[in-house]
Design a protein around this ligand. Structure first.
Ligand code: FEJ
Length: 386
């Protein structure tokens, strides 16, 4: 469970049994033919995979490269999060768990968790920061409609970090019957590896789609936003060791990396433990977590997955950060160039195209992690300000 010196499982005594049960069983279960059959069938007939790899003609003309969009926004529930929750709900069933808990910030993971719990008839409790409950109200309504109980996290800054702490506290108090579906490639081993494996369907499809459309099964660059890093992990997965492919990790600079209001963890973070994993995190000298900031709830996370800490530290991935304003402008640009309204998180990936250098023959894949329906209030405010 290590990515170089990053990763591992630094967890309280009380959680050892649960995490151990997962660690011992997940690989065998993931490779079980019956598991794979059900996983593949649900991704096809329920999620609607394969997600299209769309050649964005007007964006390509604008940027002077061949820009392809991997349409995770077209999945059922509107984002990549469902790839992971389908996998984890099948695991939870096989582990005999009846009660599911999750944390959410943007609400996409919460909706994806509530969705698979309804699909399988399991109890669902989603912890969400009170701040995020306000700014992602449409997703709260969707979770409730799907039968989930949304529990506001009132501790600390009342955002994602606090929701995650409350979910961990719940798991410690309900070890026997509960599975915790973590929404990104974060947390104690085996979560980062398990979530990356479930999300790897993204680059598995990219390989044959690129071969069909461009004559080669690899791109010159893959651009993905990174909160915890699960959509990026999935888009990178089958190219991690292929040095012909540049891996661009786009973080949220918020009001600016040096503004004190940022979530650019790979630039502002230092090595430490967060949510059971050794990685980079925004912390004070005495190890207190610094409150991050981003206009996008999905990137408003003070840590980063250990895989990404490793890739950036090893210079295999290039970290780029993009401000709120650049992300808002990119949302508008993509909507009016291609008729696709991206999630604010995804908009950061698009904005990074302005920070990159590439040639006219370069094939660039942007992982379009989610649709922007949940962000229409932020977009309306932005349009008013124009
Ligand atoms: C549309 C969309 N795109 C990207 C992200 C960032 O999550 P990663 O792909 O795991 O870096 C997110 C993250 N959303 C999570 C959520 O919906 O709860 C996030 O807020 C937390 C799980 C961290 C997202 O919704």
């Amino acid at each position: 469970g290590y990515y170089g010196r990053f990763g591992g499982a630094y967890i309280p005594e009380m959680l050892q049994a649960n995490v151990e049960e997962l660690r011992v069983n997940y690989l065998r279960m993931l490779e079980d033919p019956e598991f794979r059959r059900e996983f593949d069938l649900l991704l096809k007939d329920y999620v609607g995979r394969p997600s299209p790899l769309y050649y964005a003609d007007r964006l390509s003309q604008h940027y002077g490269a061949k820009v392809y969009l991997k349409r995770e926004d077209l999945n059922h529930t509107g984002a990549h999060k469902i790839n992971n929750t389908i996998g984890q709900i099948l695991l939870a069933e096989r582990l005999g768990k009846k009660r599911i808990i999750a944390e959410t910030g943007a609400g996409q993971h919460g909706v994806a968790t509530a969705t698979v719990c309804a699909l399988k008839g399991l109890q669902c409790i989603v912890y969400m920061g009170e701040v995020d409950i306000e700014r992602q109200a449409p997703n709260v309504a969707r979770m409730r409609m799907l039968g989930a109980e949304v529990r506001p996290a009132r501790s600390g800054s009342r955002t994602l970090k606090d929701a995650t702490n409350e979910a961990i506290r719940d798991w410690i108090n309900n070890p026997e019957d509960t599975h915790y579906i973590i929404g990104s490639v974060v947390g104690p081993h085996p979560y980062p590896d398990m979530v990356a494996r479930f999300q790897s369907v993204i680059s598995e499809e990219m390989k044959w789609q690129l071969a069909e459309k461009t004559g080669r099964d690899y791109p010159d660059a893959i651009v993905a936003c990174v909160g915890g890093g699960s959509n990026a992990a999935g888009a990178y997965y089958h190219y991690l060791n292929d040095e012909r492919v540049r891996l661009i990790a786009v973080e949220a600079a918020g009001l600016g990396v040096d503004s004190g209001e940022s979530a650019a963890t790979s630039q502002l973070g230092t090595e430490g433990i967060i949510h059971g994993s050794r990685t980079l995190l925004m912390q004070t000298e005495d190890g207190q977590i610094v409150e991050p900031y981003s206009i996008s709830a999905g990137l408003d996370y003070p840590g980063i997955g250990p895989l990404h800490a490793f890739l950036i530290d090893a210079k295999r991935a290039e970290a780029v950060s993009v401000t709120d304003d650049e992300a808002l402008a990119a949302s508008l640009f993509v909507a009016r160039q291609e008729g696709i309204i991206p999630a604010l998180e995804t908009a950061h990936a698009f904005a990074a195209l302005d920070h990159m250098s590439y040639g006219p023959e370069d094939v660039i894949v942007v992982c379009l992690s989610g649709r922007g329906d949940k962000d229409l209030a932020a977009f309306s405010a932005y349009l008013e300000s124009q």
